[in-house]
Design a protein around this ligand. Structure first.
Ligand code: PPS
Length: 324
């Protein structure tokens, strides 16, 4: 962590702690392990969870190897889906091997730590031999430099922002370490103004899009995966230098379909305790659809969102689809 960013963080932290004596009681869920919703703190202007910021120096200094693969996404873009597809391709569809451990152990989340701070993504990565598959939600400018110096391949998955914000809203309702989501209207406003964890969706998708030809970035879309998973799994396999037989391809598509992953305890985050994921609020594997946003946006919100979207994306026309 740069010194001034760390000072930034420490000042924020002490202010937040003293100011939140009363409010902490309100946001504290009263769980036995003391799990509480955390505030966000900026690193280079990007709001990140307190736990991420605490370990930032280690994230920045992380040493990637040439053979490592980075799976980068804005939250709720289909990260887990992409991870599962990659793991199946690399393990030639061997179901036993792909169920060797939960997603977060097989393909650690670079910048994330457990609420007690003991189990950081980087701690897991340090004891894994390359080639490692690494998850990140970091915008491109915060990705540790070693990934680019080593020339690592990156798979970036983007999802249309309306479904992303809906998915993120339900996730923040259930993930008791995330800031309180507030009402849907408040949440949508925070999304549009880049105040949620990992910052602006608009800047995130544009950052990787603009660099995709300068770096080894395969840029894929959630909507394309839904529309034609066979075509997209072939693209991912080719990017990884793997050839799949027709039967292997069909098997991988089947094992990584929403219905299969939802039932797979090694891919559905059911190993995360209820004290962290409050499953009475929502599920991690919630719907897995394109267009669920239509059940959340009213006409007024949709019009305002469209106007804002067109304005912010005018300088970078990424072919994002809101329906398939
Ligand atoms: S996270 O927490 O940011 O890593 O979440 P992420 O994995 O990026 O996104 C979770 C959403 O992806 C959906 N999902 C899938 N959709 C279709 N097919 C498959 N196989 C699949 N796997 C995960 C998951 O249901 C979340 O979306 P919503 O809309 O909330 O259902």
């Amino acid at each position: 962590m740069c010194t001034n960013q760390y000072t930034d963080y420490k000042t924020h932290l002490s202010r937040a702690r003293s100011a939140s004596v009363q409010s902490s009681q309100a946001s504290y869920k009263g769980k036995m392990d003391g799990t509480t919703r955390e505030a966000l703190f900026p690193i280079q202007g990007i709001p990140l969870p307190e736990r991420v910021v605490k370990y930032w120096a280690r994230v920045e200094q992380f040493q990637a190897s040439k053979e490592d693969l980075l799976i980068a996404t804005y939250p709720k873009a289909g990260t887990t889906w992409t991870q599962e597809v990659v793991d199946h391709i690399q393990n030639e569809g061997d179901v036993g091997r792909c169920r060797r451990a939960p997603t977060q152990e097989r393909m650690p989340f670079l910048e994330m730590t457990s609420p007690d701070g003991l189990s950081a993504g980087i701690t897991k990565l340090e004891v894994m031999d390359p080639p490692r598959v690494i998850k990140t939600h970091l915008p491109i400018q915060l990705v540790p430099r070693s990934f680019w110096e080593a020339g690592c391949k990156v798979i970036y998955m983007a999802r249309n922002p309306k479904d992303t914000v809906v998915s993120y809203y339900h996730f923040d309702r259930m993930n008791l370490t995330q800031p309180e989501p507030g009402t849907w209207q408040q949440y949508l406003e925070k999304f549009m103004t880049g105040q949620l964890g990992w910052g602006s969706w608009y800047d995130h998708v544009k950052g990787y899009w603009r660099e995709r030809q300068n770096k080894k970035i395969l840029y894929i879309f959630f909507e394309d995966m839904k529309e034609d998973p066979v075509r997209e799994v072939i693209r991912i396999a080719q990017f990884l230098g793997k050839q799949l037989s027709k039967s292997m391809l069909d098997h991988i598509v089947q094992m990584t379909a929403f219905s299969a992953m939802r039932e797979n305890p090694m891919a559905n985050y059911s190993t995360i305790p209820d004290t962290i994921f409050d499953r009475t609020a929502s599920e991690f594997m919630r719907k897995g659809e394109v267009g669920d946003w239509k059940n959340h946006f009213n006409a007024e919100e949709d019009a305002a969102f469209e106007e804002h979207y067109c304005r912010l994306m005018a300088d970078c026309p990424i072919p994002i689809r809101f329906t398939v």
